[in-house]
Design a protein around this ligand. Structure first.
Ligand code: ADP
Ligand code: MG
Length: 732
């Protein structure tokens, strides 16, 4: 298994390297002066390139650890080489020719002492290489062995001219993450020099070193670093390579410690900023009953679930504090996050502030507007709706209402709210489906919110982010850096579970018949068109064709079509017609993926379900099962399925629990892909892998808490050592 270091390319994988593969120990004396000038220029260039790798300080080089190791400690005689293995061997060149068929290439033939032969094949090469591998030269080569037409060969092996008595290395050779133009040899030397001149004193105070490092059987940092750069001859090779060696664990612990410290620091910084305190209720029972929050609760057609009550209380407590809340509300699809958001908004409005709610798509924003207006306008709240589709006059009115403060709640898409709106007294920002946004967008939003909350310059609105991609708590803590997390882990009562069926595309006609049957008995149906990642145009075309075919096959039904390219007005009209049960079958692209809530819809067909990811399928399926009728989700699949597609569909059939689906998704894809490297916490980790090293997070958190409380000086030193310039990610 490779070490968990995804950020940098492995230079030795780009076979046609930009520099000669041969590392010659000899230099032609005549060209010495020219070479020297060239060398200075090259070093300057290499330093630039090191900077690009983020290696500007000695300590950065010291902590630039190998991504893997090569075993160059032994030689395999050519006669014992096996195709498919990576090996090192040695021999003398007896033939060296440039062939032109099928394309220009250099063929070098080696013969070892036993008389066995091996071909070296170079598709890209320099003149200098041809010379360095001249007939009669003795070469030590390392590469992948394969069976060629003329016998065993290596394509682009690494090559080193040697003498008969050149010793073999005693230990594993480190291979560093690099970039084009920085050779391993150069990097190795730069790192060795940096290691030699950089003392690495133990920063952890004695009691902590005892409690966390020695108790876990881990070496001091300086020793760990030495071991990893230069494994000793008797090192446990397997443990070094799979990342389980105690030296690696020490590195990961220190890295996680830096991450946790930096989270704590961001948290403290947040506590130093001020936000409007929004008391949960004024004094006296009678006054409390008059609050908007109380009246909203009383007007709701349902009682909150226990889980909703809990998160409402968590959010309410945050809003009461004079520091900006930064809370992530996670809850499965359909768990009822919207009403929690509405109650938070009510608390802000009660306190005399404005709230803004934004959603990633216009369809969803529109739906929120409809729902929240329904709840809040009868209670006298002024809600403004901001959409790209508004007429200029309406838009101007909405913007004015936000700027003057007459609008108490403003709902719109992110684009609208972030770019165009000024607020009079913005106190709370609610971001729905936040998992759709990355660090950069969150930073932009924060900057905007900051400016919007005029008055004192360090005054910031509270932020509530909502997500239906639930993740385990430790992951949430590490990935979403500075967010507090609230979780709704219970669905509202009265939901009948969704039955999921896997049906082959060949039985499409039967599925169409079922759609007819369902619609004629008063149920509403979604038909989700296949995802075509390569081409949006093609996807659109498919959606239109599907719509036409279904409309023709089902003349007795009213069929609607909604997709991303539809003008917003039409989109809204179609959604409204579907919500009002005027349309019975809605053909849709994934624009309906998030948030759409039409409880009467109880059948969903997803075409080519095998092309969708698990999270997406779960989100889509979450559009049904929102009412009391038993819902069915039909996953149509076509063609032979890949192993992962099969695993995904099987998961969908077996469970509707979003946490369980997230867990399996994590298992199938790993956390990097699952959450996207965009999330701030992950960007800080180069060595620790949140899946395999999750057990280290807790000790790192504990140690961080103790450092902050007892040894503030050490905090700064540890952060400087580990993070350098990467800390800005945490501000998100
Ligand atoms: P999501 O968490 O996916 O955003 P929604 O907020 O859209 O879920 O809620 C899904 C549906 O459940 C909505 O129709 C909503 O009105 C309803 N709902 C929310 N809370 C409750 C509850 N406690 N009891 C019954 N229905 C509820
Ligand atoms: Mg929602």
């Amino acid at each position: 298994m490779p070490l968990p270091r995804p950020h940098l390319p492995d230079p030795s994988d780009d076979v046609p390297a930009a520099e000669p593969v041969v590392e010659s120990p000899r230099k032609a004396p005549k060209a010495a002066k020219v070479a020297k000038v060239a060398k200075v220029a090259k070093v300057a260039k290499s330093a630039d390139k090191l900077a690009k790798l983020g290696l500007t300080r000695d300590i950065d080089l010291v902590l630039h650890l190998p991504m893997r190791y090569e075993d160059e400690t032994s030689l395999t005689p050519i006669g014992e080489l096996l195709p498919g293995e990576t090996a090192q061997t040695e021999g003398v060149v007896f033939d060296n020719e440039i062939a032109y068929r099928p394309r220009r290439q250099l063929l070098v033939k080696l013969r070892d002492d036993a008389g066995e032969e091996l071909i070296l094949r170079f598709l890209n090469f320099y003149g200098s290489q041809v010379k360095q591998m001249a007939v009669g030269e003795r070469l030590r080569v390392r590469g992948d062995v394969r069976g060629g037409f003329f016998g065993l060969e290596m394509v682009h092996p690494s090559v080193r001219p040697v003498d008969t008595d050149t010793p073999l290395p005693q230990a594993l050779t480190p291979v560093y993450p690099s970039t084009a133009g920085v050779s391993q040899a150069y990097l190795r030397k730069a790192i060795d020099n940096a290691v030699a001149r950089t003392p690495l004193p133990e920063l952890l105070p004695e009691p902590l070193a005892q409690a966390y490092v020695r108790r876990l059987g881990l070496p001091p940092l300086a020793q760990a670093v030495r071991t990893l750069h230069h494994p000793s001859a008797d090192a446990d090779e397997a443990a070094l390579i799979d990342g389980t060696d105690p030296a690696w664990t020490r590195i990961k612990f220190d890295e996680l410690l830096a991450q946790q410290l930096s989270l704590k620091r961001a948290h403290e910084e947040r506590r130093r900023r001020t936000a409007p305190p929004m008391p949960a209720a004024s004094n006296g029972a009678q006054a409390a009953a008059q609050t908007l929050s109380a009246r909203l609760r009383a007007a709701l057609p349902f009682a909150l679930t226990g889980a909703q009550e809990r998160v409402v209380a968590e959010i309410s407590a945050d809003l009461t504090a004079p520091h900006p809340m930064q809370r992530l509300l996670q809850g499965d699809v359909g768990s009822g996050k919207t009403v929690v958001a509405a109650l938070a908004a009510a608390q802000a409005i009660d306190a005399g502030y404005q709230a803004a709610m934004m959603a990633p798509t216009e369809i969803l924003a529109e739906q929120h507007a409809r729902k929240l207006r329904g709840w809040l306008e009868p209670l006298g709240v002024a809600v403004a709706w901001l959409a790209g589709s508004l007429k200029t006059k309406e838009k101007r009115a909405a913007l004015e209402a936000a700027a003057s403060g007459t609008a108490q709640l403003v709902i719109g898409t992110h684009a609208m709210i972030q770019e165009t709106v000024e607020f009079a007294r913005l106190g709370l920002v609610i971001v729905d489906e936040q998992h759709r946004f990355g660090v950069a967008q969150r930073l932009a939003l924060r900057a905007k919110a900051h400016r919007a909350a005029d008055g004192a310059s360090d005054f910031q609105p509270h932020q509530l982010m909502m997500s239906a991609t639930p993740i385990p708590r430790t992951l949430a803590m590490t990935y979403y850096a500075d967010l507090d997390v609230s979780t709704i882990d219970e669905l509202p009562p009265g939901r009948t579970p969704i039955v999921t069926k896997l049906v082959s595309d060949t039985r499409r006609d039967e599925v169409v018949a079922r759609v007819r049957e369902a619609a004629l008995t008063g149920r509403q149906v979604y038909w989700v068109c296949p995802l075509i990642e390569e081409s949006e145009t093609l996807q659109l075309q498919t959606a239109v064709e599907t719509f036409e075919k279904l409309a023709a096959a089902l003349p007795e039904l009213r069929v609607g079509l909604v997709h991303g390219r539809l003008p917003p007005m039409e989109k809204a009209a179609v959604m409204e017609a579907f919500a009002g049960n005027e349309v019975q079958l809605l053909v849709a692209t994934t624009v309906i993926e998030v948030g759409v809530d039409v409880p009467n819809a109880s059948l969903m067909v997803i075409e080519h379900a095998e092309r969708f990811g698990l999270a997406q399928l779960h989100q889509l399926r979450g559009r049904v099962g929102r009412g009391s009728t038993a819902s069915v989700c039909v996953l149509l699949y076509g063609g032979p399925l890949s192993l992962t597609a099969r695993a995904r569909l099987k998961t969908m059939r077996e469970t509707t629990d979003g946490f369980e689906i997230a867990r399996r998704d994590l298992e199938i894809r790993g956390p990097g892909e699952f959450l996207g490297a965009r999330q701030s916490g992950a960007a800080m980790l180069r060595f620790a892998d949140l899946q395999n090293d999750a057990w280290l997070i807790e000790p790192a958190r504990e140690a961080a808490a103790r450092l902050v409380a007892e040894y503030p000086d050490v905090v700064a030193a540890h952060l400087a050592r580990w993070l350098g310039g990467r800390e800005q990610y945490l501000k998100a």
